[in-house]
Design a protein around this ligand. Structure first.
Ligand SMILES: [Zn+2]
Length: 126
């Protein structure tokens, strides 16, 4: 299970692809998963010092309907794991901001919203 989860987390998930495409449609270039940056953001814009995380609602505990119910089995295993994800997310944003980055988090449940492009434009100040 642990192996499967890490594979899900590291591979390009569909919401991520949608965001990449939206960014490309704005004519903005990006780098992927810069591991040398805190939290290894999904999209990094080095010259602009901006970073985007595309978060799955369950793994990162969005609290929305899509997140679904907490797993009932092995709660003692999942709860600390999910809590750690949330802590790590907050820490990554703080550390990126300390490096001068502006960070945008896009949740899986918002990726298909019509205003994704508007949000991205606002984020890039265009
Ligand atoms: Zn959500």
């Amino acid at each position: 299970m642990r192996r499967r989860m890490s594979r899900i987390l590291s591979s390009a998930t569909r919401p991520e692809l949608i965001v990449r495409q939206a960014v490309r449609s704005l004519g903005i270039g990006y780098r992927l998963n810069r591991r040398d940056l805190p939290g290894s953001p999904d999209l990094v814009f080095i010259g602009r010092r901006k970073a985007i995380f595309v978060h799955g609602c369950f793994w990162h505990q969005h609290g929305c309907a899509l997140m679904g119910r907490a797993p009932r089995k092995r709660v003692e295993y999942w709860q600390p794991k999910l809590r750690r994800n949330v802590e790590r997310d907050a820490e990554a944003v703080q550390r990126l901001e300390a490096l001068g980055y502006t960070v945008l988090t896009i949740w899986e449940c918002k990726v298909r919203n019509a205003d994704l492009t508007m949000r991205l434009r606002a984020f890039f100040g265009e």
